[in-house]
Design a protein around this ligand. Structure first.
Ligand SMILES: CC(C)(COP(=O)(O)OP(=O)(O)OC[C@H]1O[C@@H](n2cnc3c(N)ncnc32)[C@H](O)[C@@H]1OP(=O)(O)O)[C@@H](O)C(=O)NCCC(=O)NCCS
Length: 197
């Protein structure tokens, strides 16, 4: 007799709720992207570090607006969850954090994130990764979350490690950057792993 394996997260659990807003201890906020954030999103592609590590290419203002609309839709279709990291007081975004590559049936997803210079150097991303991980694991019920980054991106590696994402290995020649193929670290957190601090 074949015993069916149930979906780790049943369909509809995510789309039934509105995308939450999370306050961070340092006053920053995680909130859904809004249509009037399109210019910040388009301009973020000009930041040399975002360009180097996140490889967004060029994004016109129209492209950015469409992307924001697509993120809203992907929450409802349970394909992605993407937040703006905004300045204290609901200001404009200084960064992005999200989960993509959703596999609700299998129980996993992968982080994407970046900060503009105005948001860097204050531990904001560490806190944001922990907050979104708690939502994804405790509230949504995923089992495993991944962070992958170029082995040359020391800041991202530190964020992953401090957020309790164990280094599981190195994926050779895994992603093509502007200066050639980079090896990538694979970090992950699974249900039951200890939370930092
Ligand atoms: C990666 C990123 C999110 C980290 O955010 P940040 O605000 O710059 O990070 P913080 O200043 O809080 O530093 C986090 C840790 O990394 C360390 N760190 C920061 N920059 C570093 C660097 N260039 N080299 C080595 N370590 C670095 C910090 O010392 C800190 O560790 P500590 O708390 O033990 O001192 C941000 O730098 C960023 O968005 N960079 C551009 C795009 C990018 O890298 N995206 C990620 C793609 S996977």
């Amino acid at each position: 007799m074949i015993v069916p394996i149930p979906a780790v997260v049943p369909p509809g659990r995510m789309s039934r709720t509105d995308q939450p807003v999370f306050g961070l201890a340092n006053g920053f906020e995680l909130r859904p992207w809004r249509p009037d954030d399109a210019k910040v999103l388009a301009d973020s592609c000009q930041d040399p570090d975002v360009q180097q590590w996140n490889r967004p290419g060029h994004l016109s203002l129209d492209d950015a607006g469409e992307r924001i609309t697509r993120w809203e839709k992907r929450w409802r279709t349970e394909e992605a969850a993407v937040w703006a990291i905004s300045e204290p007081g609901g200001g404009s975004p200084v960064g992005l954090i999200g989960l993509g590559d959703f596999d609700l049936c299998g129980g996993s997803a992968e982080f994407l994130y970046w900060l503009l210079p105005a948001g860097r150097g204050r531990g904001v991303m560490l806190e944001a990764v922990v907050r979104v991980s708690r939502w994804a694991l405790d509230d949504l019920g995923l089992h495993r979350l991944r962070i992958t980054h170029s082995v040359a991106n020391a800041a991202s590696c530190r964020v992953a490690q401090k957020a309790g994402f164990a280094l599981e290995g190195t994926m050779r020649s895994a992603l093509l950057h502007s200066d050639g193929w980079h090896d990538e670290h694979l970090h992950a957190r699974v249900q039951g792993d200890a939370w930092p601090g």
